[in-house]
Design a protein around this ligand. Structure first.
Ligand SMILES: NC(=O)c1ccc[n+]([C@@H]2O[C@H](COP(=O)([O-])OP(=O)(O)OC[C@H]3O[C@@H](n4cnc5c(N)ncnc54)[C@H](O)[C@@H]3O)[C@@H](O)[C@H]2O)c1
Length: 388
């Protein structure tokens, strides 16, 4: 298949590009390098070194003998999206090209506005360009499980749900209650996609995941193929940050009580799921909602797992430190089990590695880069507060 990845330079985009190339697909990419610049803006850097896009493409050619075609551009510019579709003629577009940090979106009004405009405009451009140029293209859009919040009901894996309101039964869009401007931008994205499907019959997968963790996939077989790996307070997702903290023997920083639950998935299992969804598209004109997480754990449980793995891999146990939670989020031990059946039907459930195994791999991968991590060690503590 011909697959266009918007946001190919990112953590997931690059890892997926490698997987698709190795599975024999033709891969094209667009990126404006926003994340590289925005991570530098908060004084940070990827903990694992990453090459320039030009060198990445050269490395893929040398290692796998395959060519990735790349176009630098901003997908909030409609002409860029149209040009990419016209040039690459994709069967599927994977849309990752968004501002993806919740803390970044909460810095101030400029960052909130940037997040809303970047994320919503890019999604709007993708649906309009597909409608205008080729309605057969499957759009796979990366959303987040964080769109829903933590409702008392089990979150259904569908766009609509039956509800009874004041005694009247109706079909409504599954309710959402997000926890940052970033997450709200993802909620609005989902409405844009759903409405584009209703208007023009576009074929769409709205894919929702919780936080991803991991330094590598089976395709990342050398340093030159590394994908970015962020660990600071603004850009780092929680397990990735804990592992970086462990490597420099910094206390593992839990924001809040640590009872917050998340549905975690490794990078390897994420690219597996994405490849399966691309290779098994929905029916023409179908809107498919997909939930993906492998294990629901509390932050306290995750910190314990990292501490235990550190003892084995690094020979010491870092402390665990609770800091006041900068976020406004429930900190109780709530039931959390969003429905997930679509990927199971595609037969790809089953962990590639257990969490303990994956964390041990991460610690081993990060250890040689302890000096790089020490340079950003001051950024493990949260600087952005939701209510300040
Ligand atoms: N990493 C996670 O844990 C996680 C979990 C759930 C959902 N997601 C979603 O998956 C997607 C990819 O996440 P990631 O972790 O790879 O993020 P990332 O920031 O590493 O990658 C996003 C890429 O998109 C690019 N980009 C952003 N705006 C752009 C624009 N206007 N034009 C062109 N390129 C642009 C960035 O430069 C970056 O390379 C995001 O939409 C994110 O919200 C990520």
């Amino acid at each position: 298949m011909r697959v266009l990845i918007l946001g190919i330079d990112g953590y997931l985009g690059w890892a997926l590009a490698l997987r698709l190339v190795r599975r024999g697909h033709e891969v094209f990419g667009v990126d404006n390098f926003f994340t590289r610049k925005a991570v530098a803006e908060v004084g940070s850097d990827s903990a694992l070194p990453i090459l320039s896009m030009q060198d990445r493409i050269r490395a893929v050619e040398e290692v796998f003998g395959a060519r990735i075609e790349f176009m630098e551009g901003d997908v909030t510019d409609y002409s860029v999206v149209k040009k990419a579709i016209t040039r690459f003629r994709p069967d599927a577009i994977v849309h990752f090209a968004e501002q993806r940090s919740a803390p970044y979106s909460m810095i101030d009004v400029e960052h909130a506005r940037y997040t809303m405009i970047n994320n919503l405009t890019s999604t709007l451009n993708v649906v309009y360009a597909v409608k205008e140029l080729d309605r057969r293209i499957h759009i796979l859009k990366m959303g987040t499980l964080g769109e829903y919040g933590y409702p008392a009901f089990r979150i259904p894996e569908s766009a609509f749900v039956e509800a009874v309101i004041e005694g009247v039964r109706d079909r409504i869009v599954v309710p959402r209650w997000a926890g940052s401007w970033y997450h709200w931008s993802k909620v609005f994205d989902s409405y844009v996609l759903l409405y584009a499907n209703k208007l023009w019959g576009l074929t769409i997968t709205d894919f929702h995941q919780g936080p991803v963790y991991g330094t590598r996939t089976e395709d990342i077989i050398s340093e030159e193929l590394f994908t970015r790996f962020d660990v600071d307070d603004v850009w780092g997702t929680v397990i990735n940050r804990f592992c970086a903290e462990a490597v420099v023997n910094h206390p593992l920083t839990i924001y809040g009580s640590g009872l917050q639950k998340k549905g975690f998935t490794s990078l390897e299992d994420t690219v597996r799921a994405l490849a399966a969804l691309i290779e098994n598209p929905p029916e023409d004109g179908e809107f498919r909602t997909v939930h993906h997480y492998r294990e629901v754990r509390t932050l306290n449980e995750m910190a314990e797992l990292v501490r235990k793995a550190s003892r084995e891999v690094l020979g010491y146990e870092p402390e665990i430190m609770h800091l006041p939670n900068p976020r406004v989020e429930p900190e109780d031990d709530l039931p959390y089990e969003p429905e997930r059946k679509v990927l199971a039907k595609l037969g790809i459930y089953g962990l590639t590695r257990t969490m303990d195994e994956e964390i041990a791999v991460m610690l081993r991968d990060l250890k040689p880069y302890a000096d790089r991590i020490r340079k950003i060690e001051a950024l493990f503590k949260p600087r952005v507060r939701w209510r300040s």
